[in-house]
Design a protein around this ligand. Structure first.
Ligand code: SF4
Length: 419
């Protein structure tokens, strides 16, 4: 890995602690949210100045929402975002303005993120003018300098975005972001819309700029080969939670979480003789509106145990600067698996009993309703005489096992005998 401005002894430039972002998906009659989609759920990490962290995971795991919440494009629903010692999550919109230039975002789609009616020069110069980065008489030269740094020729200054290829457009987006002299850049899938040869050019450009300008990156991607090349740390996300976090080399050498292992098993190896032991994940990612109980990954994990279905795993440091959220690495839990198996079985038994009672209750109600509808004595239904299912002799109707039809008929027969 090439040398960068990494100084791991420094205070982190970005510190995210227990960050939460929930989107309301259902509201009651008064407009109060009653159900939420947990897009980012208790995420914590730190990034040192001059380094890059890769955020990886399947589509829908909350990577993009995380990036936008750090930038405060979305309001924070819990936790804190501290940038260079300042807590951004508690700042008002007006106070946030002075930090806007320090953190920039490079979008995934270079086609839709550029205004079509503005020339390249005016796109790059716009934020430079607004934030008064250089005196107004120097803006033209300054923009040409930034364009040169990003591999754009001076004659592109007066051209429009539609005249460029995808790779060149992404260079324009990068130039626009860097023109305001940011210290942290959130790159949201910056190369996924580009073809492979152009991807390499853009990644090399980002790496060169990091070296020359000392930039810090939060690099969001689902392409693990790209992440391996550009990042110092990797954070693996699943359903809004962090599954594994650690140094890039360490995670590639020794992925520990079953989800990380499955993701990394799909990375192509440039060796025709290498045997691929691909781990295929069964099923789809569950809905973040209704995530599974316990470990969120348990519905797809090949090593799932009963404890995983009940208790969310703690975040453990398994080796230096390598954190995993999985019960397999929790010695205390692994020692007491029998206890958790018994707990789970008891839970299943109680659940089955509850379901049987519920079924019986519903069946009795259905039977009473059909009895009322065909003109039989309403005392069984208990709606007309207010006895609420109590028969004429004051006893409850027969409590049939699991509410069978035979049981209901028996209750009706008893009732008619009383009459
Ligand atoms: S906690 Fe259990 S279900 Fe979750 S990843 Fe570990 S083994 Fe799999």
């Amino acid at each position: 890995m090439e040398e960068t401005f990494v100084d791991k002894t420094e205070e982190p430039i970005l510190k995210v602690e227990h960050l939460k972002k929930y989107f309301p998906i259902k509201r009651n009659f008064f407009g109060k949210p009653t159900q939420f989609l947990h897009a980012v759920d208790d995420v914590s990490f730190e990034v040192n100045a001059g380094t890059a962290i890769g955020v990886v995971g399947e589509s829908g795991c909350g990577k993009t929402t995380l990036g936008r919440t750090i930038l405060r494009l979305y309001d924070v629903d819990g936790g804190t975002v501290v940038f260079d010692g300042v807590e951004l999550s508690s700042l008002k919109k007006s106070e946030l303005r002075k930090y806007r230039t320090d953190i920039q975002l490079i979008f995934q789609d270079p086609y839709s993120s550029l205004p079509p009616r503005m020339t390249v020069g005016s796109i790059i110069a716009e934020a430079v003018k607004v934030h008064k980065i250089v005196p107004s008489n120097e803006i033209h030269d300054y923009v040409l300098g930034v364009m040169k740094q990003c591999g754009l020729q001076p004659q592109y200054y007066d051209r429009y975005p539609h005249e460029f290829s995808g790779g060149q457009r992404q260079r324009i987006c990068i130039a626009r972001a860097l023109a305001v002299k940011p210290r942290l850049v959130i790159c949201d899938e910056p190369v996924s819309a580009l073809d492979v040869s152009i991807q390499a050019q853009i990644i090399n450009l980002l790496k060169d700029l990091q070296r020359t300008m000392g930039l810090t990156y939060v690099f969001i991607s689902h392409d693990l080969s790209v992440v391996k090349y550009i990042t110092d740390q990797i954070m693996v996300m699943y359903l809004g939670n962090v599954m594994e976090l650690g140094d890039t080399e360490r995670i590639f050498e020794n992925p520990q979480h079953p989800y990380t292992k499955a993701l990394f098993s799909a990375v192509p190896v440039p060796d025709p003789d290498a045997k691929m032991n691909r781990i295929i994940l069964e099923g789809d990612i569950p809905s973040p509106a209704n995530p599974p109980r316990g470990c969120k990954f348990h519905t797809r994990c090949s090593q799932c145990m009963n404890v995983c279905r009940m208790i969310p795993p703690a975040y453990l440091e398994t080796e230096e600067n390598h954190f995993v959220a999985c019960h397999l690495y929790n010695e205390e839990i692994m020692r007491e698996l029998d206890k958790y198996d018994a707990m789970y079985e008891e839970e299943l038994r109680l659940q089955a009993e509850k379901e049987a009672e519920e079924y019986a209750r519903k069946h009795r109600k259905r039977t009473r309703n059909s009895g009322s509808a065909d003109g039989t004595d309403s005392s069984i239904g208990g709606t007309q005489d207010g006895t609420d299912g109590v028969s004429a002799d004051g006893t409850e109707p027969a409590d049939t096992p699991a509410g069978t039809t035979a049981g209901a008929e028996e209750a009706q027969t008893e009732e008619s005998q009383v009459r």
